[in-house]
Design a protein around this ligand. Structure first.
Ligand SMILES: *Cc1c(COP(=O)(O)O)cnc(C)c1O
Length: 222
């Protein structure tokens, strides 16, 4: 298993590097290994290959894996839709970054628990850039206003950028359009640092459109 995962990781890093160098030699692109379909053994193995950041989309899975692997200094990203009854459980795990802040209600609920616990949370605002009903996130038209509002009202949430999932289609032009839309919003936010776009099927295009954080699952754990 180690040889296979190591090979996958090296190939992914090579592809990221190639895409990055083609557009911007100075940009650093972070790789988050999405482990939602993977076992704790696979995660530990990929860590042994040098990967440190992992992403989960269910609080219960994150709980289990983080506790089983707590001896390792892993950086956990939460990338799923967070239900309000799971907020406490997530915050107890002290995730490195909540990538999927998808509504004002969620921000407000997070803020009140964070304030009570005197805790801070790094987060990205999720943008539904392809306006798909199946996806959560702010519509592009209201994303900037929501970003400013959360920054102003939710002092314990440290917003540091945007996350978006590319359009769910084989049509590359449409995927590109959804990335460019998010990139355009990102460029209008003063001080924003992280633009998280790109999954196994579209990360090179995402990097070409300004992404500095890719979330790869299937191509790493295949
Ligand atoms: C599952 C998932 C990914 C990884 O998808 P792959 O196609 O397996 O690389 C990335 N981002 C989010 C939000 C996901 O849910």
């Amino acid at each position: 298993m180690q040889a296979r995962l190591n090979q996958n990781l090296l190939e992914a890093i090579e592809r990221i590097e190639k895409a990055r160098i083609a557009v911007d030699r100075r940009r650093i692109v972070q790789l988050v290994a999405v482990s939602k379909y993977s076992t704790q053994e696979e995660i530990a193995t990929l860590y042994a290959c040098g990967q440190r950041a992992f992403g989960e989309n269910k609080v219960q899975d994150l709980q289990q894996k983080a506790s089983a692997l707590e001896a390792l200094p892993l950086e956990w990203h939460f990338i799923g839709s967070l239900q309000s009854n799971k907020i406490n459980a997530l915050l107890q795990l002290k995730p490195y970054l909540l990538q999927s802040l998808h509504s004002l209600e969620l921000a407000q609920a997070l803020q009140s628990r964070l304030e009570r616990e005197n805790q801070q949370l790094n987060a990205l605002l999720q943008v539904n850039s392809a306006k798909e009903v199946s996806k959560s996130g702010f519509m592009p038209e209201v994303a900037l206003e929501a970003y400013a509002r959360i920054k102003g009202e939710c002092k314990n949430i440290k917003l540091c950028g945007l996350m978006s999932i590319g359009a769910h289609t084989e049509d590359k032009a449409l995927v590109q359009k959804s990335f460019e839309l998010t990139q355009n919003l990102f460029s209008q936010i003063k001080g924003a640092e992280v633009l998280s776009m790109g999954m196994s099927g579209d990360f090179e295009l995402a990097i070409a459109c300004g992404s500095n954080c890719v979330r790869l699952g299937s191509t790493l754990f295949k």
